[in-house]
Write a protein that binds this ligand. Sequence first.
Ligand code: ZN
Length: 383
Amino acid sequence: MFANAVRIFTLNKFDIKVDPSWLLIAALITWSLSRQYFPAVLPGQTPGVYLVMAIAAMLCFFGSLLLHELAHSVVARSYGVPIKSITLFLFGGVAELEAEPQTAAVEFQVALAGPVMSLALAFGFWVLAGVVTMVSMPAPIIEVLSYLSLINLVLALFNLVPAFPLDGGRVLRAYLWHRSGDMLRATETAAKSGTVFAYVLMAFGLMALFRGATVAGLWQLLIGGFVLFAARGSYQTQLMRTTFAGKTVQSLMTANPRVAGPEMTLDDLVNRVMLQHRISFVPVVEDGALLGHIDTAVLGGIDRENWASTRVDDVFTTLDRAAKVRSDMPVRDLMSHIAKTGRRKFLVTDNHALLGVITLADLTAYLNLSELLGHPVTLAPKS
Ligand SMILES: [Zn+2]
């Protein structure tokens, strides 16, 4: 999701990364604080003072976001859920969990840890602002601390909205999951709440734009768009995880596939194998030995008038490791292999013998089918 994120440091074995989009947001926050918010709450200061206040507030806000995500991560790790990294982007941060929490109770605690941290920070900055006021420190310091208290409160409340994948939505999912024992259904319902919330937020954003409140309007549109995107993505990911849980390549591959011999002409290959059996990816086999494969991409590079005189032998792709998968490979591993290599079609082999063929289309067809049939495969909740 965050391919462009840059790692800035490592804290307690967590990689802390910043997505380039966050720099834009940091600039926007600094600008609106120094030009609008601070001049409004504390008139009569020089632009330089406002700028310093804004930068200090922005950096502490950055730190607060980080602590929010660290709270999620520390709790997750304490329950054995591995954390890849913490990435700051747009409005907030994302702790990238390598796996979903195993039980509803764990998910509930991981989700709640962030908002609890933000509430604690809001309270802490509020107390600090009070102390600083009592000892008559300069007004800019008081205002920065008050702002930080306010923004952490906003952050806590916003994240508690029961809209998946916000923290509140995760709490909702944990509750539904706990009640029904069906994590996928719980994700589906929670993702719907996320979608509704996203549309409401975007509608408010549009209304704000029409009223002339450009910054607030764009902000709401941006966050709404993100929640919408993330809600859809999370359900899809969960559907895939659930559907493919425990499945291996063996169970979804086409066994005993149509093959081509090396002496076959391309004309015969196209007419007698590809068109007749509606396949675009054909293993090349001679005397039971797998030599490689040939597909429509190769044929596309050869003039049609030469198809009758060209043999499979002349053009096929020889066996290479990246095109082979084992039949006992978990489908989830195949999915990440596809994502990593961009390859979509594979020969299934065990010790050089061809067992079958599996393609991305096989996986998506199975996924669509099981969704249509109402998720025949569901994760049994572990307790
Ligand atoms: Zn959070």
